[in-house]
Design a protein around this ligand. Structure first.
Ligand code: S3P
Length: 219
């Protein structure tokens, strides 16, 4: 087990350009191996804002014979509430958003043959992580933080918005992203069954890899 953990640590340096501490890896492994996975019905894409989860999810659905439905937690929330995510954060606050996100995720995970694209903060919640472990095969979609911030710099991510949140007023979007990444990376690691790097490869190539790798989890 330690031998594998050391390999994973070296792999995280190659994959994420950052070493995930061995202790985080150990915790993740313990959590993954303690959960029985009877019949996962969903393919969940988790990862940081701007990692490209939605575009990848749509490509998987377009090319896969197994994963035929697309479900995006943010899009569902926007549809239910009739407002955009930034409007929702501004009007109702983050805790309201997180409660709704938990309900919406639970609903998506019950659907058969479905790719569930998860908002970047889904992994913060213990219940969400537990549900993902039970009902889905989870793929962590990774990209360089700088690339993610560039992609997410269209005002659609309230947590990166310099006009949002007084304690972080002085921070740039990249500094905010670094802070959020530090607080979450071990949670992505705990949740993921598979990690893919969304850089240097086409969406179609990644979709094929994911489709192949998740064949065994399809029921
Ligand atoms: C969030 C990520 C966003 C969206 C919301 C909060 C987060 O989703 O759910 O702005 O906490 O990381 P994407 O990951 O699709 O950008």
């Amino acid at each position: 087990r330690d031998w594998l953990l050391h390999q994973a640590s070296a792999a995280s340096q190659l994959l994420l350009s950052q070493t995930v501490p061995l202790e985080d890896m150990r915790q993740a492994l313990e959590m993954r191996t303690s959960v029985q996975k009877p019949a996962p019905r969903a393919l969940a894409l988790v990862g940081f804002m701007g990692a490209g989860k939605s575009a990848l999810g749509q490509t998987i659905v377009a090319h896969s014979k197994r994963w035929k439905q697309f479900y995006d937690t943010d899009a569902e929330i926007e549809r239910c509430m009739g407002m955009s995510i930034p409007e929702l954060f501004a009007e109702k606050g983050e805790p309201f958003f997180r409660n709704l996100e938990r309900e919406v995720l639970a609903e998506g995970l019950l659907r058969a043959n479905t790719v569930v694209v998860c908002g970047g903060g889904v992994v913060l919640d213990d219940i969400n992580r537990q549900r993902l472990a039970e009902h889905a095969t989870s793929v962590w979609v990774c990209t360089q933080l700088e690339t993610a911030v560039e992609r997410a710099a269209d005002g659609s991510r309230p947590l990166l918005d310099p006009h949002n949140g007084s304690p972080n007023k002085e921070k740039t979007p990249l500094e905010r992203a670094q802070q959020i990444w530090q607080a979450r990376r071990h949670l992505y690691a705990q949740t993921a069954d598979l990690v893919v790097r969304n850089e240097g490869r086409s969406l179609e190539e990644m979709a094929m890899v994911i489709d192949d790798e998740t064949e065994a989890s399809f029921h």
